[in-house]
Design a binder for this molecule. Sequence first.
Ligand code: 9D3
Length: 280
Amino acid sequence: MQALWANMTYEAAWDPKMRFDVLTLFPDLVRQAMTAGVVGRALDKGRIALNCWNPRDYTEDNYRTVDDRPYGGGPGMVFMIEPLRRALLAARAQAGAAPVVLLSPQGRRFDQNRAREWAQLPGLVFVCGRYEGIDQRFVDTYVDEEISIGDFVVSGGEVPALAIMDALTRLLPGVLHTDASAIEDSFMDGVLDCPHYTRPELADEGAVPAVLLSGNHAAIARWRRQKSLGATWLRRPDLLGKVILNSADRRLLREFIDDHEANFGVELSAKSVVTPRDVP
Ligand code: 9D3
């Protein structure tokens, strides 16, 4: 009895449930997507809670209208303010002071730093836009942060909201299957991950790199780090401008670049944003 009580207070103190409220015209899509995989298990375990609010349920006309034509003319439709406001007030009555995040192509770019910051909050309210956009008076009055997930166009805020809730959920204590995965996520970020291999040792498509079978853990760690740094230099040179590399990292990357240039020559390409000369 005593142990059970102690255990419950411990969990309440250290693993408070994170609450997601989502304003969306497609609540079934959002709920369904949240049942899969790591996020689905976090919901089952009670580490997160999900509440969807459909602005269409907060309309007052017979047609349940949520969009109308833009003042000033132009193509497409605009999400009306009243159904959104009523849905938000209903959500807020339960969600308390949680920040209101609008998913929008005009937002600041979401990244892992923002994920780490938001994962500390007790909850967030996500507003999923549809149509050409939502009435600006709603944004000006109720929205704390306007966020995009990248420079490409999707049809609405639902998929971006799902991506963000997934990113936050995997940062919560006790969500990932192994602590090692959580540590690796944070340890590795800043550079790209290395390649992975599993059985069989020899497939029709080729052999597993010998170093991974060597049992030499220091050599394996060096090989993986070099693959990570090399892939980052080749594909995401922008990231190398943001991370601080120690002398061992710089040596591994310089060796990778020398090998690469010996094999493929020095090409003038986008990756030259960080040239070999910038790697001391
Ligand atoms: C013609 C102007 N378009 C804006 C770039 C119209 C428009 C396209 C797609 C307006 C809204 C949308 C729906 N997209 C989102 O709501 C959205 C989004 C995205 O499209 N890309 C990346 N992140 C996000 S967050 C929300």
